[in-house]
Design a protein around this ligand. Structure first.
Ligand SMILES: Cc1ncc(COP(=O)(O)O)c(C=O)c1O
Length: 277
């Protein structure tokens, strides 16, 4: 299974416990994150079954562009593989963009499994309800749906209290999402203003999602930065290796934190890096 790098760390473990091996394809950064389409083509080999895209990706915040999807679909088609689109953060774009895929389920020339769930769309991770929309050419789709039915039956039914509460949980998103987007934008613009006076740190471009990536001096490893910031400043961040960044110098911070705590925490991060570099 092809997975993006950097990306959500659990794919590796989830694939492993399902007897699948992952092969990473890189996302490249040059003012914005884009899929390395040549690398994707090279990754598709005889044993490859499926490729994952994360839309927008965690933690890079990059959405799949329509032009990228055309290439990815061509690869899937040529190799008889499926596309798995993780859209849990799809409602959290910072700005509109016509070039991006609106929804993989609506644009599936190949067998596509589009995933989402309550944890992000209604900010209810503990409700543990997610779903898969299967789409694509009819013949392949019918076979896939039959198999998915066996899998769904094997996991037994969804929790009945959660199923009954679902309409209310879904409705909640109309209230919670605008507030989350407002907070993401507000924290990001505060961070950018603060980082302006800290030349040691660059905030990498993002299009959406809940995280910001700080490019920091490699005088310490990302792990060491994370431990120092935690023990000396009381601020919790994620080192880049949690997300399989290929090199050092990447710290991931949450934009979901309430504004006052975010400003305090991000301020401490910037001051600490400035004085330690
Ligand atoms: C990209 C991505 N996919 C899936 C998940 C897991 O979502 P859920 O809680 O709905 O299982 C996460 C959680 O952070 C995520 O970042």
């Amino acid at each position: 299974m092809l997975v993006p790098q950097p990306s959500y760390p659990l794919f590796d473990f989830l694939a492993g416990i399902n007897d699948l091996e992952v092969v990473s394809y890189p996302l490249l950064y040059d003012q914005e994150w884009r899929i390395d389409l040549d690398a994707v083509r090279d990754c598709w080999g005889p044993g490859a079954k499926a490729m994952i895209v994360v839309h927008p990706n965690n933690p890079t915040g990059s959405f799949v562009q329509s032009s990228e999807l055309a290439s990815l679909s061509a690869c899937c088609r040529e190799n008889h593989g499926a596309l798995i689109a993780d859209e849990v953060f799809a409602d959290y774009a910072l700005e509109p963009d016509e070039q991006r895929v609106s929804c993989h389920a609506a644009d599936s020339e190949v067998l596509t499994f589009t995933l989402s769930g309550l944890s992000k769309i209604s900010a209810l991770p503990q409700m543990k309800l997610g779903w898969v929309v299967a789409s694509g050419p009819e013949e392949e789709l019918n076979v896939a749906l039959e198999r998915l039915e066996v899998i769904a039956d094997t996991y037994l039914s969804v929790s009945v209290p959660i199923a009954h509460a679902l309409p209310a949980f879904l409705e909640l998103r109309t209230k919670v999402q605008p507030k989350i987007v407002e907070r993401l934008r507000s924290n990001l613009s505060w961070l950018d203003r603060a980082a302006d006076s800290c030349p040691e740190v660059t905030r990498l471009g993002t299009e959406g999602g809940w995280y910001a990536i700080l490019k920091v001096p490699e005088v310490l490893s990302d792990e060491e930065w994370a431990v120092e910031l935690l023990t000396k400043e009381g601020v919790l961040i994620h080192p880049g290796h949690f997300y399989d960044f290929p090199g050092e110098g990447n710290l991931v911070i949450s934009l979901l934190t309430d504004e006052a705590s975010f400003q305090e925490g991000a301020g401490r991060i910037l001051a600490h890096i400035a004085k330690s570099s």
